[in-house]
Design a protein around this ligand. Structure first.
Ligand SMILES: [Zn+2]
Ligand SMILES: [Zn+2]
Length: 319
């Protein structure tokens, strides 16, 4: 299903996003004209110009991310080199192979290159082609909203205390006059601007934290070799009473491993290990599932510290 740019726009996500941009910008411009007029001072002019720049950049990157799209694989796609097929997963919806890091999006009904997620705000996927535009859209929106929050806060304060400034002020203070409608609009805009800063800022922080955790995990990961096969049972009685008594309290899978298999372990418990099986080329070709991850009893594996470690392990096996 091919959706044109206008159809993409006709959805609650983009319409709401544009609505928020409009309310925040109009309130911000309205207040700035009174609170720090761009016609009377350089500061006021810069304040207005910078905000207008954020506004224009936000809209530019928003529409670019929406219209350019993430980039998708054509239906019935196959790699040029036939030998590579064995490494790829098959997408039954598109009736073709998935390139590495491509995923099928049910909303777009396509396999998306380097898919990150389907974003309702741009009513499109975020992937290979539009990732930069999407990140810049979020960044510009946060910067614009931060500036708008400050200006709206100050303007609302001035407007609320206008009478006090009239009687006790020096007379040089800016006069901000907001009617009931203006006051409601500006308060609403302030709420939305703060909401954007908190939500998107939180998202950035969360993503960064996730990447950091992944890196940490990768650094900590250690290779183990299996010296005793295990069945993938939840309660492997043959591995001892203690192993059965201290099963990991999670619904993650338990994996079956054979002697000689290698595993990249990322989590450790006293009697259990969690890791991903390292597949050989032959296993890649014959196995349907590409990643085999889960828990297995610790007694079955020995850590590979260095080459001698492997050799000594092999000696143990032979003995
Ligand atoms: Zn697909
Ligand atoms: Zn999608």
């Amino acid at each position: 299903m091919c959706v044109g740019p206008l159809k993409r726009l006709w959805h609650w996500g983009p319409l709401l996003a544009l609505g928020i941009v409009k309310v925040v910008s109009l309130s911000m411009w309205h207040c700035s004209l009174m609170w720090w007029s761009p016609f009377n001072s350089l500061g006021g002019f810069l304040n207005m110009s910078i905000f207008t720049m954020w506004n224009a950049l936000t809209l530019y990157h928003f529409f670019s991310a929406m219209i350019i799209g993430p980039g998708s694989l054509p239906a019935n796609w196959k790699p040029e080199n036939r030998d590579e097929i064995k490494y790829l997963q098959y997408c039954k919806f598109c009736d073709g192979y998935k390139a590495p890091r491509a995923h099928h999006c049910r909303k777009c009904n396509k396999c998306i290159k380097k898919m990150d997620h389907h974003c309702p705000w741009i009513n499109n996927c975020c992937g290979h082609d539009n990732h930069t535009h999407f990140v810049l859209f979020l960044l510009c929106a946060v910067c614009g909203c931060m500036q708008a929050s400050i200006v709206l806060c100050c303007s609302l304060y001035r407007a609320l205390h206008r009478k006090w400034y009239m009687y006790y002020g020096t007379g040089d203070e800016p006069v901000v006059i907001l009617g009931l409608f203006g006051f409601i609009c500006c308060t609403f805009a302030l709420g939305m601007a703060l909401g954007v800063v908190i939500a998107v800022g939180g998202l950035f922080y969360f993503q960064k934290e996730q990447i950091r955790q992944k890196d940490k995990k990768r650094c900590r990961a250690k290779k183990y070799i299996i010296v005793e096969g295990c069945s993938g049972n939840w309660f492997p009685i043959s591995k001892g009473f203690r192993v059965c008594c201290s099963v990991p309290l999670s619904d993650e899978s338990r994996i079956r491993l054979d002697e000689g298999d290698r595993v990249l372990v990322t989590r450790w418990k006293r009697h259990w290990l969690y890791g991903e099986k390292i597949l050989t080329e032959l296993q890649y070709a014959t196995q349907e599932v590409i990643r085999i991850r889960g828990w297995f009893p610790r007694v079955c594996a020995v850590e590979i510290t260095n080459i001698e470690g492997v050799q000594s392990t092999e000696k143990i096996k032979k003995a």
